[in-house]
Design a protein around this ligand. Structure first.
Ligand code: BLA
Length: 313
């Protein structure tokens, strides 16, 4: 991991499609230390987020950007409630990609705040074929609270799959009672989110709670009528929960939370069925890197021959 001094990324015209900060040699004027992404150029998020919502699909059809209101609502809530919110630079290669294979784009944004070490968000627009909103909130290591996990997907006209959870770091009953069970009242209000996840990809006894909102719809209507109000309540209670928590800055506790959050990344990168989806639009190599170096950065990249193996599948 290389830390190099680069000029502060300021004064980039707001209309630029991407706010890219190429690393430059150190100069006499004031510099600050920023993480230099492995691919070279670094992307920030505020300017790009200011151009949301997307109004039209890249597929050129009249597809509704089904989950765009969730993304813009989340960003507004973050701005309203999170002290010290600031962009968290990441590799430009992961910030936006168009597909050369099919009409599709994927764009990602990332921030940190005084209580969150990372909040990342991704939107995929592939017209009717796929609409996706995915986001994970990682608290700082002073807080042993669950991560907020969001995975909303729609494929074609009839397959809508939405998962939302306060993702627990442990299955200790006292932990679950403290952090997850208090939102049972929200889940109870919306019958549309009461489904159960399958065992196809994930194990529901690891990093998932009983308060997991799980929705499988054969049309988009309940997304607005059920999922959106539930999402707002989950988000509100999640932010309130983190704000109510006393930070534990002891070395032991921080080390434990760090280890558990790392295990979450390793587990998620292993199980995530998204690699196939990413690969079909952006190729296996990019898909693998995006999964390990952006989505779940504490997971290990597979060795090169393994990536090649995956590519053959
Ligand atoms: C399932 N998530 C899936 C599937 C895909 C993705 C393609 C399989 C859908 C299917 O064919 O049935 C897609 N996952 C993604 C995408 C990203 C990603 C696009 O990480 C990133 C941009 N997944 C999460 C998070 C949660 C999560 C944070 O990334 C937690 C809320 C849950 N996704 C989750 C679960 C399933 C799933 C539980 C399995 C659903 C089931 O089969 O029961």
């Amino acid at each position: 991991m290389a830390f190099v001094p680069v000029a502060p990324c300021i004064g980039t015209p707001r209309h630029n499609a991407l706010r890219v900060c190429p690393s430059r040699p150190a100069r006499a004027r004031p510099t600050r230390m920023v993480f230099r992404a492995p691919e070279g150029a670094t992307a920030l998020s505020d300017d790009r987020a200011a151009r949301l919502p997307w109004e039209r699909s890249v597929a050129g059809d009249d597809t509704n950007m089904l989950f765009m209101p969730f993304l813009t609502y989340q960003l507004a809530e973050m701005r309203k409630h999170l002290a010290g919110l600031e962009e968290l630079p990441f590799s430009q290669d992961f910030s936006i990609q168009l597909s050369t294979k099919k009409a599709a784009r994927i764009e990602s944004w990332q921030w940190q705040s005084s209580r969150f070490r990372k909040i990342r968000a991704t939107y995929i627009d592939a017209g009717q074929a796929a609409q996706v909103f995915n986001s994970v909130w990682y608290p700082r290591y002073d807080y042993d609270a669950p991560l907020l996990g969001i995975d909303f997907l729609s494929f074609g006209k009839r397959k809508v799959l939405c998962v939302l959870d306060f993702q627990p770091l442990t299955q200790d009953p006292a932990y679950l009672a403290r952090y997850c069970e208090p939102i049972a009242y929200i889940k109870a209000k919306y019958e549309g989110i009461a489904g159960e996840m399958s065992a196809r990809f994930y194990d529901e006894t690891q990093f998932f709670s009983k308060q997991l909102a799980f929705a499988k719809f054969d049309n988009a209507q309940p997304v607005e009528s059920q999922l959106f109000p539930a999402f707002k309540e989950y988000l509100r209670d999640y932010v309130n929960m983190i704000h109510a928590q006393q930070p534990d800055q002891s070395r032991d506790s921080r080390a434990r939370v760090q280890q558990l959050q790392k295990e979450y990344d390793v587990y998620s990168a292993e199980r995530d069925p998204a690699v196939g989806l990413f690969s079909s639009y952006w190729g296996k190599e990019w898909a693998t890197k995006f999964t390990h170096q952006f989505l779940f950065t504490d997971s290990e990249m597979p060795a090169e021959q393994d990536v090649a193996e995956v590519s053959k599948k």
